[in-house]
Design a protein. Sequence first.
Length: 233
Amino acid sequence: MNSPCENWFHRLPDDRLIAEFSVWSADLLRIGEELARIRPCADVLHVDVADGHFAPALLFFPDLAARVRAASDLPMHVHLMVDDAILAAQIDQFADAGADAITLHAECASVASGALDRIRRRGILAGLALKVETPVSELAPYIGQIHFLTLLGTPIGVKGRGLHGDALERLKEVRELVRRADVGHRVVVVADGGIRHETVPGLRAAGAQAVVLGSLAFGDPDLAARMQWLAAQ
């Protein structure tokens, strides 16, 4: 099994946007080739998981995540968009598949605290995500337990939607929440959804430290130039 270096999280850049590449936007018929192509450019692989209930899509399963892990030594950040009832089982399955970080949703409030503990007990970094309609204040009880905080800028589990109107203000709220929490470790604020050429500068200015790149990266014929552009934001 491939795996990133042990201190990969501490090596993530803090002087530019971190590039999380969404495997959902790769050519899945040529996933091995795609992973090799993006290897010089990506900081993290972002693997979306959706159960068709919590989120409308049906997305990736543990065996596919394990194949991604076998094909790449990039850190793998798994985003679980699944119901409370199956969250614990999904954490174990994706931990076994080689996840380096697992993010769950703050909306899974009845099980969130225990789920974050479960992730950490597996030796994996924990994160939280928030839907566009959920108040940022819902994150406050968990800030000390996480290393990634993912703010959705479009409806959950749907591709190709424009950035939600209050996404930038919500990012500012999140950065202030993290600042006031002063937890003693880095919490990376990730913008996910609506990542376009015209939206990235605003997201960066509002406080995003990482962006989840889909077609903006995988669909660009000059990926190296795209990444130079991203680093300049």
